[in-house]
Ligand binder design. Structure first.
Ligand SMILES: *Cc1c(COP(=O)(O)O)cnc(C)c1O
Length: 396
């Protein structure tokens, strides 16, 4: 028999979400997550994946995954520190260090896991973390897990960061101080002000931690936001994910050898959760080889992003101030945003609405992720549907 308390809790809260239109219904894909997807038997232009370079369905990665799976099996069989470190994991870590221009790298099962493990391996209750108020949920949770004091600074506000860093330093309350930021902020597509963050970090001796989940493969000739600013040797923790531009799954920290050595003995998901599958690791290596040998996919991504952004702006939509391929189309009011996204869907365009509390009230948006794999024809179709629905709902 199940708990009455739990049943009541679940029932009340689910009803509450549903009555406020906040219950998220998940639509499973009947295809891979490429530029076109199939849902409920219908084909749609997909503008909601993080598969920036189209690598999730790339034949070269698929072949590498199959070959490694045939050679080493579907599972790694143990955690990394017992005997779940296969040579393919070591190869991937070497490749990542090369890709990021750092001494070493450590791979986790996901970007989320990486933030759970890496922050708390270094920070504790006697420390403080300066955290951008718009940082990703996994950074927020990783900070909490460390039990360090969390000091939020206003989004990309360098005066506020400097003030908070000085106050924390002068208080004498903390052993270590860290500043932590997304490289690219996923809701608006803006880039962290890394050169200034690094200056402030040098002034107040802050450990620097940049989670570049949306920047790797996209900025800095593929190597990410830190490389984009020429700061590869100035950032202590360079975090990335293997699930967005790289197209597979996993997360990593790239940095100095001593840091990586420490994480390999202290980061709990590395010690207590089974390592990434051999097939995934091999597919990631293939993706990195592709990125390190050619900028073709990045160029196509940026071409498509510029084309789509110009198209939306020319139609009269508010596309915010993104500096990356992430293209918000800001509608404003929450219900109007959801209606807009629903009408796009009915017309064959998959672009999810994002509303409060994920973004501030009154800034509801449909977020578009044009990728290297979209053709002009697909983007033109999306633009013509945007025009139709925008006029119909009197947004343009
Ligand atoms: C997506 C994202 C993550 C999570 O990465 P996964 O590999 O999907 O777990 C972590 N940090 C940031 C900033 C992200 O955008």
């Amino acid at each position: 028999m199940s708990s009455k308390t739990l049943s009541k809790f679940l029932h009340d809260n689910l009803e509450d979400l549903k009555s406020h239109g906040l219950y998220n219904v998940i639509d499973p894909l009947e295809s891979g997550n490429g530029p076109l997807i199939r849902i409920g038997g219908r084909e749609l232009v997909n503008l909601s994946s993080n598969n920036y370079l189209g690598l999730a369905t790339d034949e070269r990665l698929v072949s590498a995954c199959i070959a490694a799976t045939k050679a080493a099996g579907v599972g790694a069989g143990a955690v990394r520190t017992i005997n779940g470190t296969l040579s393919v994991h070591v190869d991937l870590e070497q490749k990542l260090a090369e890709f990021k221009h750092t001494e070493a790298a450590i791979v986790f099962q996901s970007g989320f896991n990486c933030n759970m493990g890496a922050i708390s391996a270094v920070m504790d209750a006697n420390d403080a973390i300066l955290s951008d108020e718009l940082n990703h949920a996994s950074i927020i949770d990783g900070c909490r897990l460390s039990r360090a004091k969390i000091i939020r600074y206003k989004h990309s506000d360098m005066d506020d960061l400097r003030l908070q860093a000085r106050t924390a330093k002068e208080s004498g309350l903390y052993n270590k101080l860290m500043v932590i930021t997304d490289g690219v902020f996923s809701m608006d597509g803006d880039i962290a002000k890394l050169p200034e963050i690094i200056r402030i970090a040098e002034e107040y001796d802050l450990i620097t931690y940049v989670d570049d989940a949306h920047g790797s493969g996209v900025l800095g000739n593929g190597a990410g936001t830190v490389k984009h600013f020429g700061l590869s040797d100035k950032v202590d923790f360079q975090i990335g994910t293997l699930s967005k531009a790289i197209g597979v799954v996993g997360g990593y920290v790239a940095g100095k050898q001593a840091l990586i050595d420490w994480l390999k003995v202290r980061a709990r998901p590395f010690l207590f959760s089974t390592s990434m599958t051999p097939g995934s690791a091999a597919a990631c290596i293939t993706a990195l080889d592709i990125l390190m040998n050619s900028t073709e996919l990045q160029e196509r991504l940026w071409d498509n992003a510029h084309y789509f952004k110009q198209g939306l702006a020319a139609l009269g939509f508010d596309i915010g101030h993104s500096e990356t391929p992430i293209t918000p189309c800001i509608i404003g009011e929450e219900v109007a945003t959801q209606t807009f996204s629903k009408r796009l869907y009915e017309e064959g365009i998959y672009a999810k609405s994002i509303v409060f509390p994920t973004v501030p009230k009154g800034t509801g948006r449909v977020r578009n992720m044009p990728t290297a794999a979209h053709t002009r024809e697909m983007l033109d179709k999306a633009l013509s549907v945007y025009e139709k629905v925008g006029k119909e709902l009197a947004i343009i």
